[in-house]
Write a protein that binds this ligand. Structure first.
Ligand code: ADP
Length: 266
């Protein structure tokens, strides 16, 4: 999912060495990483005693406001990003993965691949996706777990997008001993979300995402081939938003010690 436009989060993450004094503050899921607050970049830092990296706020009112520092010798970074449909996960995922080399794993993309392949799982998943409901755990959990355990994810670290969406999905990860270092929550007001979704279009040739109003196609040729996701209608996004709101608190409670919340809109 990728949305551009005046209401999207601006490119916002940068990397630089951290020279700040260290003071561990929060419980730490990764023994090689430390979470801490930072006076000039509140509220969060992940860092180690080896090589240190940080995400820092750029001069933009919409930019996420946190630091991440990781050891060169530590395990690869593991990040979960969560947010309502069209909250900007795709844009942020692209920026983060480009910059830090993490493997982007999007539950929705894995499911759409099953749907496109017309597999048994895909056929079943589509019924739920069309209703804006969560696809049953029997399909989603193994699918995501297997992708997380692939060699590229293990070696480079991962950015998991759209999973977990329920407390049982979060519990399944915990049962497998899979715990992220950081949980990013994009929090965007509902009126902005609906407008973004309804205008969102995909160029099937390049994979680029457009918005009819905020990021229109460059020319008529591209415009003529744009497609819309089958669940990107106002009616369906409202169902997806309802599902999201029903589940987000339960997921947040599992990761509250490592959550960074980024807010946008009223
Ligand atoms: P969005 O976040 O815009 O709803 P996604 O591509 O992440 O888009 O998800 C599309 C649909 O795929 C969801 O509405 C849901 O039906 C299904 N889906 C995605 N992730 C999960 C998940 N973790 N568990 C169950 N169903 C999921």
């Amino acid at each position: 999912m990728l949305i551009m436009g005046s209401t999207s989060f601006s490119p916002s993450l940068s990397l630089s060495p951290s020279l700040s004094p260290h003071s561990s503050k929060f419980p730490n899921p990764n023994p090689n990483l430390f979470l801490r607050s930072h006076s000039s970049f509140t509220p969060l830092t992940l860092r180690s005693n080896q090589t240190r990296y940080r995400f820092k706020k750029l001069p933009s009112s919409n930019a996420p406001n946190f630091l991440v520092a990781a050891s060169g010798k530590a395990e690869p970074l593991k990040v979960i990003i969560s947010g309502a449909p069209a909250s900007g996960k795709g844009t942020q995922c692209e920026l983060i993965t480009q910059k830090y080399g993490l493997v982007h794993i999007a539950a929705g993309d894995l499911l759409r691949a099953e749907v496109a392949a017309a597999s048994e799982n895909g056929k079943l998943a589509k019924e739920y996706m069309e209703k804006g409901e969560l696809v049953p755990n029997e399909i989603v959990v193994m699918m995501v777990k297997e992708r997380l355990l692939q060699p590229d994810s293990q070696q480079r670290g991962w950015l998991l997008d759209g999973y977990p969406r329920s407390s049982s999905q979060a519990a399944a990860l915990e049962d497998y001993g899979i715990r992220p270092d950081l949980f990013i929550l994009l929090d965007v007001s509902e009126d902005i979300l609906v407008e973004r979704v309804v205008g969102r279009r995909l160029d099937p040739l390049t994979g680029k995402i457009y918005h009819l109003k905020y990021s229109p196609p460059e020319n008529d040729e591209i415009a003529s081939r744009l497609t819309q996701r089958f669940d990107d209608t106002e009616e369906k996004v409202k169902l997806r938003l309802r599902t999201h709101h029903q589940n987000v608190d339960a997921v947040l409670s599992v990761y509250k010690d490592i959550t960074v919340k980024v807010s946008k809109g009223s």
